[in-house]
Design a protein. Structure first.
Length: 777
């Protein structure tokens, strides 16, 4: 099967999975996928009038043909699908973690959650550990299907990077070519300049034939679309590169020849490859160094690039240099973050911005070069080392697209925003209790439309008589009519008042609004103004899963005041909740006279639930882990239980709690089914990663590990998790890590790197619970 045929089949699977033509929330993912390849779905959609016979079928056929034609390779299209799906996978993970914790304080521990909106005829969305494991396994399979060698010499001549600036020309090494990457980054400031001038009617004498600013604006949009296609191809190449690194053995090998084809041999290249691979394995980032003189909006030398999920990162610079792949990742990060080269701006302003005709000609050249370079990256730079089985690829992507998280992504985002709001309140000292707890059938029903009942009640940790309500689409009656914001936090009746209002959007390039008072309902400002003026909360947030058309700053005040703040956030999704969102919600929900919550002295027990530990845990409860042994020191207890990676295991990792007592926590742990294990090592590394995710959310805790087996090394773990790095991260986050060595063989390689670290101890369990131990974190 040819690449073109695979692309067409992939595109057909995608448009069918997204149910194009049915009106079922189709304008989020499909807009994103089209934009990734320089296309515009809205234009295609408008070309099929509503009365068109068999409209859905015709629209899907046309959409699939456009996607397949625009994607340079099947791998590039697959990469964009996985990237979009990764957002929903991350939401599933966080929703499960939140709901497991909330239900433990409400109805007891739940393993599975069935989500459904009231009054909506739709299939339930079932979230369980088995479902999460299925999703992760599929995601891993799809990201490792394409591995090959990269032509480093060609890529280096293409980027010509120096301190975050890009001097490469297209065509490569041409004397009269266009500085392609530098020019694309300049669009971040050029497009707003053109838009502002397009609103005027100034008449000038031009060097070229008369061309208005409106024509220049259209050319800039075309160049940006072509640039997006090039960036998508670059992201596909970077994902193939990182997948190749993950597939390599951990023992020392000659990495350069494993990853690249090389014609020009440089003494420095093997060192750079080694350094880049080591950093990716430890920090999961691919970066290039950047200086403030070369890149806008940074104040000191930074490393700019992408993380494992292809998200832009700006991290502290390290004293090492990367490969041309690091340079390419840096370019993508600068494109996504709207950065440019300051000197380039001065040059282009002088040469082009006084003449829209000259600027339009330059923009058209930039667009053509971007399209050519995207095809070149896909066909000339990447050389597959093995043939992908087309049947395996198509079967895997079909299984991925058939997961319910695609068809029910609207419900998923609603629940995630709701859970994130509750989680922020919990961090501020409130104890959540679900009002609409799962019923006897295990279904948690969300309200649909205006409701009179909250979904969660908050009790303050210092004074349980202080309560707040969290609502999903509450009925809010105002003098201007009835409003139903997506999420609110309010004081209880009879004196109900909205303290926080959150409206969640999922619209590609939603207009932010040009000024305060721009109250059109199609703009973020207009939405925020309506809620802020009618409900008068302390803070109103309009959050968008996608980008706004104009840049927004979550720290900026959009027309509100210190008494009634109005804030906007774009790309509001897992891993990207702004600190301003957390801070404003916690300030708004702090009762008068009550300070913010003090750090919790909490204990997290990491419990091995394979068969060999069952009797040992029971014996430890009888002799050492007595019910009140930790009572003076810890006020909260959590369980992170784990088994192993085998297919027959009942679960991989399970988070339980918080619980008020050690006895409650251990009872919950012993209620979990036992795993078999299999090999000697167990999935301790996965449990430590879950610990890190937990303390990132709730703050430092003391970690107590109860096991009789070591973790897998990074090479043996299917997810390439490094137990030692996860432990070091926990220590860096302010945790103490205590490991009971009663049942471990010596030496245990899991703890070698951290054995002498402050905050770490490998001791008998009796010594850990001894009254003479140091106080917990």
């Amino acid at each position: 099967m040819s690449d073109a045929e695979i692309r067409m089949n992939l595109a057909t699977l995608v448009v069918d999975a997204l149910e194009l033509g049915t009106g079922k929330n189709e304008r989020d993912v499909i807009d994103d996928l089209f934009a990734a390849f320089g296309l515009e779905f809205a234009t295609l959609d408008k070309s099929f009038p509503r009365q068109t016979p068999r409209r859905a079928s015709a629209l899907r056929t046309a959409a699939a043909e456009q996607l397949a034609g625009a994607a340079p390779t099947a791998g590039a299209l697959l990469n964009e699908v996985v990237r979009c799906g990764g957002r929903f996978v991350a939401m599933v993970d966080e929703i499960y973690r939140y709901l497991a914790a909330y239900s433990a304080t409400t109805t007891g521990t739940s393993d599975t959650f069935h989500l459904q909106r009231g009054d909506v005829d739709e299939e339930q969305l079932v979230i369980s550990p088995e479902f999460i494991e299925q999703v992760r396994s599929l995601e891993q399979r799809l990201t490792t299907l394409e591995i090959g060698l990269i032509d480093h010499d060609a890529l280096q001549r293409f980027t010509v990077a120096d301190n975050g600036a890009f001097y490469g020309s297209w065509p490569i090494r041409s004397n009269d070519g266009i500085r392609l990457l530098d020019g694309l980054l300049a669009l971040a400031w050029i497009r707003p300049e053109i838009d502002s001038r397009a609103t005027g009617t100034t008449v000038q004498v031009y060097v070229h034939a008369p061309v208005g600013w409106e024509v220049a604006a259209r050319a800039a949009a075309e160049a940006a679309a072509a640039g997006e296609r090039l960036v998508s191809t670059a992201q596909w190449l970077i994902r193939a590169y990182t997948a190749h690194i993950d597939a390599l053995p951990m023992e020392p090998i000659e990495l350069t020849g494993e990853l690249f084809t090389i014609t020009d041999h440089y003494d420095w290249l093997p060192r750079r490859v080694q350094s880049e691979v080591e950093r990716y394995r430890s920090a999961r980032v691919i970066t290039t160094g950047a200086e403030p003189t070369s890149v806008s909006n940074i104040k000191r030398r930074m490393d700019l690039g992408l993380d494992h999920d292809l998200r832009p990162v700006a991290v502290e610079a390290v004293d090492s240099y990367g490969t041309a792949m690091g340079h390419l990742a840096g370019f993508v990060a600068e494109w996504r973050s709207g950065r440019w080269r300051p000197q380039s701006r001065r040059e282009l302003e002088r040469e082009l911005l006084d003449d829209p005709a000259a600027l339009t000609l330059w923009l058209n050249t930039l667009a053509d070069a971007s399209r050519e370079a995207a095809d070149w990256l896909a066909s000339e730079v990447f050389h597959p080392t093995g043939s992908t089985d087309a049947t395996v690829l198509l079967d895997s992507i079909e299984e991925f697209l058939n997961l319910p998280l695609w068809r029910q992504r609207e419900l998923l985002y609603e629940v995630w925003v709701l859970c994130t709001t509750i989680d922020v309140c919990e961090q501020g000292g409130w104890v959540p209790r679900l009002v609409r707890a799962p019923g006897s059938d295990g279904v948690w029903v969300l309200s649909r439309g205006a409701t009179e009942e909250p979904v969660c009640r908050l009790e303050h940790g210092k004074d349980r008589s202080l309560t707040l309500d969290v609502w999903h689409e509450p009925r809010c009656r105002t003098t201007d009519g009835e409003l139903t914001p997506d999420v609110t936090v309010s004081t209880p009746p009879p004196y109900r008042r909205e303290l926080v209002v959150i409206e969640a959007k999922d619209r590609i390039k939603m207009p932010r609004g040009r000024h305060h008072g721009d109250t059109r309902s199609s703009t973020a400002w207009g939405v925020a103004d309506r809620y802020a003026s009618s409900l008068r909360p302390h803070v109103t947030w309009v959050v968008n899963h996608c980008d706004y058309r104009q840049n927004s700053d979550p720290d900026a005040e959009y027309g509100g005041s210190v008494w009634a703040q109005v804030r906007l956030a774009e790309q509001f999704r897992p891993g990207n909740v702004p600190a301003a969102f957390v801070n404003t919600l916690q300030v708004a929900t702090t009762p008068p006279g009550v300070t913010t919550q003090e750090p919790v002295n909490g204990l997290v027990l990491v419990v091995d639930r394979t068969g060999s530990m069952n009797g040992r845990l029971r014996q430890a409860r009888k002799s050492v882990l007595l019910d009140d042994v930790f009572a003076p020191d810890y006020h909260e207890f959590r369980i992170i239980a784990y088994t192993d990676h085998n297919d027959g295991e009942p679960f991989l990792v399970r988070s339980l709690g918080p619980f008020p007592s050690l006895a409650d926590a251990l009872d919950a742990a012993e209620g979990l089914p036992l795993g078999g294990g299999g090999d000697f090592e167990e999935a301790l590394e996965d449990a430590l990663q879950r610990c890190r995710e937990l303390v990132t959310d709730v703050g430092p805790r003391t970690i107590l590990v109860l096991t009789d087996a070591p973790a897998h090394d990074t090479r043996s773990c299917p997810y390439r998790i490094d137990a030692q790095e996860e432990t070091e991260a926990l220590l860096d986050l302010g945790c103490r890590v205590l490991v009971a060595d009663d049942w471990l063989r010596r030496p245990d390689p899991t703890w070698t790197a951290v054995a002498k670290s402050p905050g770490f101890a490998l001791l008998p369990l009796t010594s850990i619970v001894s009254p003479t131990r140091t106080s917990p974190a």
